[in-house]
Design a protein around this ligand. Sequence first.
Ligand SMILES: *[C@@H]1O[C@H](CO)[C@@H](O)[C@H](O)[C@H]1NC(C)=O
Length: 441
Amino acid sequence: MGRKDGGSWGQRGGGVFSSRITIAVVIGITLGSLLAYVSPHGFLQSNPADTTTKPFESSGGNTDLPASSFSRVALTADDFKYSKIQEELIVLKKENERLLKKHIDMKKQIRELSNERNAARQQVLTLVPPVKAGAVGTVKSLRTHPTVEPDEEVNPDLAKLLKGVAINRELIVGVSNKNVLQMLKVWFDSIKRSGVTNFLVIALDDATAEFCKENGVPVYRRDATISSAQAGTGDNHAVSGLKFHLLREFLVLGYSVLLSDVDIVYLQDPFKHLYRDCDVESMSDGFDNITAYGYDDVSDDKSMGWARYAHTMRIWVFNSGLFFIRPTVASIELLDRVTYRLSKEKAWDQAVFNEELFYPSHPGYEGLHASRRVMDYYQFLNSKVLFKTIRKDPQNFADHKPVTIHVNYHPDKYERMLAIVDYYVMGNTKALDKFPDGSQW
Ligand SMILES: *[C@@H]1O[C@H](CO)[C@@H](O)[C@H](O)[C@H]1NC(C)=O
């Protein structure tokens, strides 16, 4: 109505215009009252259950008492009060339990979010241009190297497959052949059970590929070409060596991989427990704080008198059966170095993996200097921690649920994997009892 110039209404002349407004207002009011009569509670409370209530039924009075209260006519007033309080108590107890659970859930969420935030901050740091060193306590060097530019040319088929499987360019990858299908099944069933969908099996033969397809498991078929140097090292180690070579394409395509042996049981989503701040984040063969995270091992040479003690750096090896590797140049160089050495030497892949990760540059050798993180050995368990510590201390570990358990310290892998599922998933507290701490040989 504000348009005074030009508009079609302006040309109609004042008289007709204002009388039309009056008519419109009258119609509006009439319509309004009519609707108010038909539907006194308004349109927004369109509860279909209301259709049976009469339009002018009184809504006054106390409606807080549930209908069931009135049916207990036989109770005395005190009985009534007492049962009422008891009912309230039960409700409050339930509410209390619910809040407690919520509290625990929220604490978990906060921890996950702060992990994510730290990872994001690390990513940003790597993009910052050179700066002058800051004041004492403010300087922090890089450990999160920038990811490579993905190169799909290297393997378009795999690129397509990974697009469908990975989440946030991350996935679990297991390598398997037909000799370990029983374990493989326990492995992928446990992954599925923990709610993880971004995982893939590299099948080294047709039988394995077929087995995965039957079980709805994403599979990538590759032939095993074991180098002649590795040919005599036994099937297990040969496959292990191969995985470093197979992984390369995943990284070049820009994916982070949680590489996983198949003798591992998953109990939680591992992606919620990663830091993502290093090139390699690995589970440990260590079983307490010092062996897993490093310590000063003092060696003693009495003949040196005053200087008899020499200090050495010790750490239990990274377990190459479960490590998260980010797609960085350092990570890819690590894979290449391990692959190259395994093609020349009759060496154990895990030993080579650790040497390349830890040895510094020295005469005749240039160190890799990839950044690395040890996973929490109570979250990403090896089977020594489970069988020598956790199962013997049910009080301290009553509410403890590991993320993964790797049956690496024991040869009866399949039986122990089944027992682990029985213990943690089925809740059979006796399931682990029948096994000795170590293996008896
Ligand atoms: C082991 O390390 C963790 C994490 O650094 C720490 O919280 C814990 O107190 C340490 N335990 C012992 C026995 O030193």
